[in-house]
Ligand binder design. Structure first.
Ligand SMILES: *Cc1c(COP(=O)(O)O)cnc(C)c1O
Length: 431
């Protein structure tokens, strides 16, 4: 390439394989080594002091940074188009550290009522101990987000493709509401992944993931990641003191000033992860890196298989309804075409005419689909949310969360779709 040619940014599939990684400088290992160590030797006493004072970047202790995890962080930041990322022990830890950085006791945030059941529980119950209050809003009724805003609102939280599946949020419309309220929009992009939609391009400020699901993609490791979009002005007023006030633990440093457009990721790391401790194991980061290399291939296959199965089920005489935004005529189809034109994801729900008992029978009679609480595995998975993931919710909450008694959730894997359809057919024939 000659010097005057503009450098074209690498495409998504290239970033999925390469972003953040280079041959190991010492051993020349081609894949990213697993730096399975608790701590790192300092060059000298001055180096140690500058690392502790945040004057230099480097590794101190694997609870705070680790080079294997660092490659995972850079890769996810590149795929999402963010400025920086922070790998943590689970998706729930990613949500917790995000809110810990934004919220003070007595603050509120607005959350979509179409969320992963575990997030609904975390927000309703665990956050009480911190004095953080969720206000629930309905992504099908944008006015409910506006109506929930108060002077204590510090963030809006939605899922792009929403659990238990089949729902697409209007990210741009909700981002406009967040901007007017001058609060960051946090998008849980777990079910979509950046292959299907990149929330920062639609106005989101922070993205979180459960890497346990499609990013890792093989159902073998628990982890999470927070991505900083670099777009939010933390210093406009003093509503986010973790970022805008002098930090006593760092000699009065104001993180928002020192770290500019990646200050949020730094604050989550040096105030949240350092003090609260949900560190990601370097081994799991290695598993996620390996999984992410095939993310574009897997996601397309998940989507193609899910669409074929949704089409098949929507014609099946034991099936009452199918909720998959990839189906023309689905209420979320237009939003899916806008936000995830390559496919509407691998997770969706459908309802059985036989109700609760038929749901349990189907789960029992399936052979190729595994009955597990997880989603986003190469293997096809099934669950009956009302009796499992969503059973702690009230009947009304189950209904609004899309987990009524007749609902079955599939996470469609990357097997041969004819085998998956045959398995569903034989199980439905028994039930
Ligand atoms: C699984 C999941 C989480 C929680 O992630 P863990 O890694 O299990 O802690 C959060 N959000 C969504 C959308 C999920 O599917």
């Amino acid at each position: 390439m000659s010097a005057d040619q503009p450098v074209k940014a690498p495409g998504f599939a290239t970033l999925a394989v390469h972003a953040g990684a280079q041959p190991d400088p010492t051993t020349k290992a081609r894949t990213t080594p697993i730096y399975q160590t608790a701590s790192f030797v300092f060059d000298d006493v001055d180096h140690a002091a500058s690392l502790f004072g945040l004057q230099a970047f480097g590794n101190i202790y694997t609870r705070i940074t680790n080079p294997t995890t660092g490659v995972f962080e850079e890769r996810v930041a590149a795929l999402e188009g963010g400025t920086a990322a922070l790998g943590v022990a689970s998706g729930h830890a990613a949500e917790f550290l995000t809110f810990h950085t934004l919220m003070q006791s007595g603050d509120e945030f607005i959350a979509s009522n179409k969320l992963y059941g575990g997030s609904i529980n975390q927000f309703n119950h665990s956050y009480k101990n911190f004095g953080w209050t969720p206000k629930w809003a309905d992504p099908d009724d944008l006015g409910s987000f506006e109506a929930a805003i108060t002077p204590r609102t510090k963030a809006i939280f939605i899922e792009s493709l929403a659990n238990p599946g089949g729902i697409v949020c209007d990210i741009e419309a909700i981002a406009r509401i967040a901007r007017q309220a001058r609060v960051p929009l946090i998008v849980d992009n777990t079910l979509a992944t950046p292959y299907l939609t990149r929330p920062f391009e639609h106005g989101a400020d922070i993205v979180v993931h459960s890497a346990t699901k499609f990013l890792g993609g093989h159902g073998n490791s628990i982890g999470g990641v927070i991505v900083d979009g670099g777009s939010f002005d933390w210093l406009a007023d003093n509503r986010y003191p973790m970022l805008s006030s002098p930090r006593p633990e760092y000699n009065g440093m104001v993180l928002g000033q020192t770290f500019g457009n990646f200050a949020f990721a730094i604050a989550c790391r040096v105030l949240g992860l350092r003090d609260l401790g949900p560190a990601l194991s370097p081994f799991n980061s290695f598993m996620f890196l390996t999984g992410i290399e095939t993310l574009p291939l897997r996601m397309q296959r998940h989507c193609d298989n899910a669409l074929a199965i949704a089409q098949h089920l929507s014609k099946h005489d034991k099936v009452k309804w199918v909720s998959y935004a990839g189906l023309p005529g689905d209420r979320y189809h237009q939003l899916a075409r806008k936000y995830c034109p390559k496919g509407a994801g691998g997770v969706f729900t459908f309802g059985l005419k036989g109700g609760y008992d038929a749901g349990l029978a189907l789960v029992k009679n399936l052979k190729l689909f595994s009955h597990v609480a997880n989603v986003g595995d190469t293997r096809s998975l099934v669950i009956h949310p009302a009796s499992t993931t969503h059973r702690q919710l009230s009947d009304a909450q189950k209904q609004t969360a899309g987990a009524g008694p007749d609902v079955v959730r599939l996470s469609v894997g990357i097997e041969d779709v004819a085998d998956l359809i045959a398995d569903l057919d034989q199980a439905l024939a028994i039930g």
